[in-house]
Design a binder for this molecule. Structure first.
Ligand SMILES: Cc1cc2nc3c(=O)[nH]c(=O)nc-3n(C[C@H](O)[C@H](O)[C@H](O)COP(=O)(O)OP(=O)(O)OC[C@H]3O[C@@H](n4cnc5c(N)ncnc54)[C@H](O)[C@@H]3O)c2cc1C
Length: 467
């Protein structure tokens, strides 16, 4: 990571104090009592700028460029790959106060928001109009729209609606030069030259600060039914998902799979009854929507009975209340439970074409077992789009030789099969070695050239991705 540690956090805080009336500066004392989010290194810079306008962000960025001070953009701090980690000498540029919902175009099903709006706040505001976001994540309470743009977030609905990139119609950003890039189009169809905003989507804060976006939204489908099903493998889970996706009167809203060790250990911890599950099966959570909750539940039960043998189901339970449905979801969404037993457990977020998942998981678990007796992993994820989360059942960080063996096992065959070493969390600091090993070298060179053009002094989120 290149470094510019010329000014102390206190010096920086005092230099920035009167820079712009729309800029709030928090120094080391103000940051000391705050939670740094998912990465303990997020606040290491010790000074944070919080603009309330794009112009204030531009003034800060121009000052940093003139004074050769590096900037780390931050949103809701829920990122899982160290993309917001910082060091003394850098300035944190937080979107915490860029948090206004600017317009809801209900009939057009689009919304204009500032980057610091959380996903949950946007969902709550849209609910008044009978609308919701076409993307949803377990971290909805803290993840911001700007952070989700910058990591190209995926989540639960990606199998149907695509990822964040597919939700974004328009975008405004402040570039590393301090210039404001404006492309707040509100339409799906734009065939007017290269779509340069795509550089900032998935850009992980390396190409500028996203300040506003125009997003697609969709009607709320409030009437839901949720089931947990025992499945032999991913193929069986995908049979269920495919069948439900083709149902004429139900819409599949989620298909989330938990492999046996994940579901057993988590259920034991929670006191969740798995007596309905046959043997050592994995568990598939499905959620569907329909004309009414009762109707959705009845049709789901009917359809599951019809496909039971074909899909080789190993037991099932349909939620009879919204409370019970929430408990089903907690089993999947409160996924960090294994960190209590295995602090800093090495975690991965990969994607494979869904039909390749069973071979991938079987190969992974077999290879891990050769590394050491009882060496194993928690595997779970968004099955319908092939996105798996893998957490090694061992405390981290692993010693270098073990780390290499584990990473070789996790990433084996992914690129060749058409998958990705990073599905939805980004590269940040933690996955840099994987980026260097698995991304096409020509693409790496082009990315570095574009970065050098936009940010010649590498002041925007230095060291991440890796730039
Ligand atoms: C419990 C839990 C569940 C999760 N589930 C999912 C999931 O299902 N799918 C998924 O995709 N992710 C998931 N995540 C990961 C995380 O929530 C996402 O990566 C999210 O998009 C990060 O948003 P944030 O606002 O918290 O960004 P931050 O963590 O603050 O930042 C993330 C990255 O984006 C950059 N950044 C932030 N804001 C801006 C901006 N305005 N302009 C430029 N760069 C910016 C930062 O520099 C950093 O590199 C989960 C995380 C947790 C803790």
């Amino acid at each position: 990571m290149s470094s510019h540690p010329t000014l102390s956090p206190l010096d920086l805080a005092s230099a920035l104090h009167d820079l712009h009336p729309d800029l709030r500066i928090l120094g080391p004392d103000a940051l000391a009592g705050r939670h740094p989010g998912e990465d303990p290194a997020n606040f290491n810079a010790g000074v944070m700028a919080q603009p309330v306008s794009t112009e204030a962000a531009a003034a800060l960025i121009s000052w940093c460029r003139a004074n050769h001070v590096a900037i780390v953009p931050q949103g809701g701090l829920s990122g899982l790959v160290g993309g917001g980690a910082s060091r003394a000498g850098e300035v944190l540029l937080s979107t915490a106060r860029l948090n206004r919902i600017l317009a809801i175009h209900a009939d057009e099903e689009t919304v204009e928001v500032e980057a610091g709006v959380t996903l949950e706040a946007l969902q709550a505001a849209l609910a008044t109009y009978g609308l919701t976001t076409g993307i949803d994540l377990g971290s909805r309470g803290s993840a911001t729209i700007g952070g989700m743009v910058s990591t190209n977030a995926g989540g639960i609905l990606a199998f149907r609606n695509g990822v964040m990139r597919h939700q974004i119609l328009g975008l405004e950003a402040v570039l590393p030069s301090g210039e404001i890039f404006g492309d707040m189009t509100r339409v799906v169809k734009v065939s007017a030259g290269p779509d340069l905003k795509q550089l900032l989507i998935g850009g992980e804060g390396a190409f500028g600060l996203v300040t506003r976006v125009v997003m697609k939204v969709e009607p709320v489908r409030p009437h839901r039914a949720v089931a947990l099903l025992g499945v032999e493998n991913a193929a069986s889970a995908l049979t269920v998902a495919a069948r439900l996706r083709r149902h004429p009167r139900l819409l599949l809203e989620a298909a989330e799979m938990m492999w046996p060790r994940y579901v057993r250990d988590h259920a034991t911890l929670k006191g969740f009854d798995l007596s309905w599950l046959d043997g050592d099966a994995a568990v598939l959570l499905v959620e569907v929507s329909g004309e009414s909750a009762e109707f959705a539940r009845a049709l789901l039960e009917e359809d599951l009975a019809a496909l039971w043998d074909d899909a080789g189901l190993k037991g099932g339970i349909v939620a009879q209340s919204s409370d019970q449905a929430r408990r089903f979801w907690d089993l999947r969404e409160e996924s960090g439970f294994y960190f209590a037993a295995f602090p800093n457990a090495p975690s991965f977020d990969v994607s494979m074409p869904p039909s390749a998942l069973d071979d991938y998981v079987a190969g992974l678990l077999a290879t891990l077992a050769t590394i050491g007796t009882g060496f194993d992993a928690y595997v779970y994820g968004h099955i319908a789009d092939g996105n798996l989360h893998v957490a090694i059942a061992a405390p981290g960080p692993l010693p270098p030789d073990l780390k290499e063996l584990v990473e070789t096992a996790v990433y084996a065959g992914i690129t060749a099969a058409g998958g990705s070493f990073s599905a939805e969390h980004g590269v940040g600091l933690d996955k840099r070695a994987a980026y260097l090993a698995h991304v096409d070298p020509v693409k790496q060179t082009l990315s570095r050239e574009i970065k050098a053009l936009l940010d010649p002094d590498t002041l925007f989120n230095p060291g991440k991705v890796p730039f």
